[in-house]
Design a protein around this ligand. Structure first.
Ligand code: 3PG
Length: 203
């Protein structure tokens, strides 16, 4: 099954305290969002991926903000089951293809989408979604490039997710709104589960 079709929303999470990784993942899974992208933006991100992979088998945990071949290697070693990148370079694409797990390369323009499609890649992240043209831009891409499907991410919230999900070329959306920093800091996993359940109900 494609990564884009497992759940309507991929929570993008920034983890500062590795102790929060497992309860956070359990809350998201309980709310109905098993696909979780842990961004490689904090020192403990790989540790968080490893903990979730080991202790929350119902979750499909991946690494986000993958920018270099070294990020690919480290993410796969930590147990990531998929990779997400904010943009795409030939060197990074080579590494992700060699990584042996599914990945969503980032693209923001028709030329970038076409370059990925030329390599046979037809599922990608549209980033930064709202800033790069949002739903109207993605809808326009669907005309000339109908075989490409997207996970738009960047500035999307519960209120705006449905307009993206209504497009034929959108499988799911990504976003950070499910894991507010204050809820994480307070250990309020019940609130995170509730936010996840609202998002899971979008489809
Ligand atoms: C990303 O890396 O995908 C973005 O940081 C998503 O963040 P946002 O949902 O808060 O825009």
């Amino acid at each position: 099954m494609s990564l884009l079709d497992i759940a309507p929303v991929i929570p993008v999470v920034v983890i500062d305290d590795p102790e929060t990784a497992v309860p956070l993942a359990r809350a998201l899974v309980a709310g109905g969002l098993p696909v979780i992208e842990v961004t490689l933006r904090t020192a403990c991100a790989l540790d968080a991926v490893a903990r979730i992979a080991a202790e929350v088998p119902e979750a499909v945990v991946g690494a986000g903000t993958v920018r270099t071949p070294a990020d690919v290697t480290a993410s796969v070693a930590a147990g990531a089951r998929f990779l997400v990148s904010p943009g795409s370079t030939p060197r990074l694409l080579d590494a992700m293809e060699e990584g042996g797990i599914p990945f969503l390369p980032g693209a923001a323009t028709s030329s970038e989408v076409m370059a990925l499609a030329e390599r046979g890649l037809t599922e990608m992240k549209f980033f930064p979604a709202e800033a790069a043209g949002g739903m109207p831009y993605l809808k326009s891409l669907g005309g000339p490039l109908p075989e490409v499907r997207f996970c738009p991410t960047g500035g999307i919230r519960l209120q705006t997710a449905p307009e993206y999900l209504a497009l034929a070329n959108v499988g799911c959306v990504g976003g950070t709104w499910l894991t507010p920093t204050d809820a994480l800091a307070a250990g309020d996993y019940a609130r995170i589960e509730k936010l996840a359940a609202e998002a899971a109900a979008l489809r």
